[in-house]
Ligand binder design. Structure first.
Ligand SMILES: [Zn+2]
Length: 310
C-alpha cells in the first residue's frame, strides 16, 4: 500500500514538472514569429554546403511607391523608426535602421524609399511569408530575421560555426594591381575572387560613372596579421581574432568613403550610415550577387566572394 502511495506521488511530481516545463516553453515562445525554414535549419546546424545563397528577386518594374494608401500609416511609422527604432540585428544595440534600408529593400524586392507606402506593402508581404506580424512596419523581430537571412548567404559564417577554416597557401594567392589597392598597399586574395572583383569593379564603372573607382583596402589577412590588428583594437570583436573571414582570401574590405572625421572602417553609426547612402554601396547591394559577392551589412565595406569553397 505504501509503495502504491509513493508511486502515485512520483507520477504526480513528474506530471507537475511536465506542465511547468510546457508552460515556461509556451511563455518563452509568446509573441515570437514562427521560425522560417532557414532559421530553423540554422538553429539545428543543418546547413548544406555549399549553402543556398540565391539572391532575392528583383523589384517589380511596375511598382507604385505611393500605393496602396492602406499602407500610409505603416509608412509614416517607418519614416520615424528609420532614425529611432531600437534594434540589435548583429548583437550590438543600435538606434534606427536606416543603415539597413538598402539591404532590406533589396530583400523584400522593393525599389521604393523605406518611408514609402510601396515599401511598407512589400515589407508586409515579406513579413507574412516569414511568419512575422509587422504589417509593413519595420520592427526588431523583422530586422533580426532579415539579418539571419543575410547571414545564411555567407558560407564562411556557416562553416566557421563548426571549425575555423585553415588559411590558403600564401603562394596560391594573387596580388591586386597597385591601382586596385587603397594607398598602393599589398593586397592578396584568391585569384578567382580577385577576377570576380575586377568584373564587378568594371561593371560599376560602366553604369555609375560618378562613383570613384572601386578599390580594395584589405583582402587576405594571415593569422598573425589579424591577431596584431585585434591587439591594436582594430578588428571589432574578439571572435575575429580567433577566426576572421579575411583568413580565407575570399573577403574584401572595399573603400566606400567615410563620414567627416571618421576612419573608413569605423563601425561608428554615422560612418556606417554615410557609407550606406553612397552610390557605390547602393549599386553593390543591387548587383554584387551577380558577381558572387555578399555583404556583412553591419560593415558596409565588407564583402565575401561565394564562388569557391571556403
Ligand atoms: Zn572585412
Amino acid at each position: 500500500m505504501i509503495l502504491i502511495h509513493r508511486l502515485r506521488a512520483v507520477v504526480f511530481v513528474v506530471m507537475c514538472v511536465g506542465f511547468v516545463t510546457l508552460g515556461v516553453a509556451a511563455f518563452l515562445q509568446r509573441g515570437r514569429p514562427a521560425p522560417t525554414v532557414e532559421v530553423a535549419a540554422l538553429s539545428r546546424g543543418a546547413i548544406p554546403h555549399p549553402p543556398p545563397h540565391a539572391a532575392p528577386a528583383p523589384a517589380s518594374p511596375g511598382e507604385d511607391c505611393g500605393q496602396p494608401r492602406l499602407f500610409a500609416p505603416a509608412a509614416q511609422d517607418n519614416a520615424v523608426g528609420l532614425a529611432t527604432l531600437a534594434v540589435a540585428p548583429f548583437g550590438v544595440g543600435e538606434t534606427g535602421w536606416a543603415v539597413y534600408a538598402p539591404m532590406a529593400a533589396r530583400e523584400i524586392a522593393s525599389s521604393c524609399a523605406p518611408d514609402a507606402p510601396g515599401f511598407a506593402a512589400a515589407l508586409a508581404r515579406w513579413q507574412a511569408a516569414h511568419g512575422l506580424s509587422g504589417g509593413g512596419r519595420m520592427d526588431a523581430p523583422t530586422l533580426s530575421t532579415l539579418s539571419t537571412v543575410w547571414l545564411l548567404r555567407r558560407p564562411f559564417v556557416l562553416l566557421s560555426r563548426k571549425a575555423c577554416p585553415p588559411p590558403p597557401d600564401l603562394s596560391s594567392l594573387a596580388r591586386a594591381d597597385p591601382a586596385e589597392a587603397y594607398g598602393g598597399k599589398v593586397v592578396l586574395a584568391r585569384p578567382a575572387a580577385l577576377a570576380a572583383f575586377r568584373r564587378m569593379a568594371s561593371a560599376l564603372r560602366a553604369v555609375v560613372p560618378e562613383a570613384p573607382p572601386l578599390t580594395i583596402a584589405s583582402a587576405f589577412r594571415g593569422v598573425d596579421e589579424e591577431a596584431a590588428r585585434c591587439a591594436d583594437g582594430r578588428c571589432g570583436s574578439p571572435g575575429k581574432a580567433r577566426c576572421s573571414a579575411h583568413r580565407t582570401g575570399l573577403a574584401f574590405d572595399l573603400l566606400l568613403g567615410a563620414a567627416p572625421g571618421s576612419d573608413p572602417f569605423s563601425t561608428d553609426p554615422a560612418n556606417r550610415l554615410y557609407q550606406a547612402g553612397t552610390p557605390t554601396y547602393r549599386w553593390l547591394v543591387a548587383n554584387a550577387d551577380r558577381f558572387g559577392f555578399v555583404n556583412y551589412p553591419y560593415e558596409p565595406w565588407h564583402w565575401e566572394w561565394t564562388g569557391e569553397a571556403v
